[in-house]
Design a protein around this ligand. Sequence first.
Ligand code: SF4
Length: 431
Amino acid sequence: MPTEITLPRYMTRFRCIAERCEDTCCAGLKIPVSPSDARRMQPALAAHPAQAEHLRQSAGPESDEGSGQTPFLPMHPDGTCAFLDPQRMCALQRGHGEDALPDVCATFPRVVTARAGHWELSGSLACPEVVRLSLLAEDAMRPESQPFPSPLIPRPEAVRHLSRDPAEGYTFHAESVRAALLRLLDREEHPLATRLALLGQLAYAVDDFYFRGTDAFGEKTRAEAEARLSEALQRFDDPEAREAVHQEFSGLALPGGPCVGLFTSVVKARMAARGGRVRDWGRSVLESLGLEEGGPGDLDAAWSLYTQRWQALNAAQGPRLAQYFHHYVAHFLWRTSFTEFPSLLAYVFRLALRVGLVRLTLTGHPKVVALLEEPSSPEALESLELAVVETVQTVAKHVEQSLEFLSLTKGLVGTGRGAETLGKVLVFASF
Ligand code: SF4
C-alpha cells in the first residue's frame, strides 16, 4: 500500500450532490456483483426479498459453486436500479450503510489506478458533478498529493493495478511515454488540433517497435529499442519539430460529411437503445444540425453548419472552450492507461475520435445554438457551461462505452497500427 496518493485538484472538491444530481449513477448501467460483493450484501438483502431473488436468478443455476454467470443488480424498466427509492436515494446505503454496497457503487465515480510505485485517483466523466468540477475550474487538473489511507478510497482492495513487467517493454516504459504525452498536451502555444496531431505523430514514431506484445525490448535488442524510444519521446520537445507538424497538419482538408455520418449513426443507435434522457438529447442535437432520426439527411450541410458554429463559438468563448477541451484531453491521459490498448496509436485514435464526437454534439446542443444568437448576453457563459456538462457526461456515460461506439472504433482503427491509422487520427484531430 502507498503512503500517499496523487489526484487532480478537482477530486479534492468532489462531493456527491445526491438528489440534486441531474442524473443517477446507476441509471442505464449494468452493475456487476462479484462473489465478495454478494457476501457483503447478504445481510441487507434479507430486507429486500424480491431484489434478492432477482439477483439470485441472474447468477444462473450454478452460481453457488462459483461457475454461474456474473450476476447484475436488478433494474427497473426505466433503467434505474431496483434499490433506488422514491426519493432517488439508494435503499441499500440508506438502510444498511456504505458497507452493504457492491464495489462499483461504493467507489463510483472515483477511479483509482495503482501505477508503478504510486496510486492515482481520478473521476468518471459519467458523473455530471465530476464533469463540472474537472472542466469548468481553471485549476481543476493540477496534481495534488494526499496521505493514504484516505476516505477518498473506501475500498483499497478493489483498486485497479496496472502491470509493469520488466520483460515487456510496452508496460515497463509506460510512465515515461505517458509523461511525454502530457508534456505535448501542455504545449498550449499550439491549438488543440495540432497537439492531437503531435500525439499521433509521436505514437507513429514508435509504432514499429513499441506495442503490446513487442519483443524489441528483449535482452539482445533492448539497448537499441530504449535509445529509439527515448529519441522519439523527446523529438517534439524541439519547437521546430512541433512547428513542422503544425504547418503540415494545418493544410489538411477534411472529408467532413462522412465523419458527421459516422458520429450521428452512433448517436442514433444509442437513442434507439436507451430512450429517456439520451433520446431527448440525441433528438435535439440531430434536429439542430438539420438531420433526422430516421434517415441519413444532408451530411455535408450538417458539416458546413458544424464548422460555422464551431468558428462562431470560438470567436465568442474561445479561451473557455480551449480550457474545457484541454481539461477533457488531460483527463483522458490521466485516467485511461494506453497499455489497455494494443498500441499507442490506437489509444490516440480513440482520444481523437472522442474529441470529435463531443465537438460535433456540443455544436448541436440547443443552448449553444441560443448562445450563438446572442453571444454577448450575460447568460452566454452559463449556457455554454450547461451545454458542455450535459454533452460530455451524456457521451461518456451513454455513448463511449456502448457496443455501437466500440464497434465503430474497432472497425475504423483496424489493427491500430501503421500509416493508415495515423491518417485517421489526423482526420479526427482536425474535426
Ligand atoms: S452521478 Fe455523481 S453526483 Fe450524481 S448521484 Fe452519482 S455520484 Fe452523485
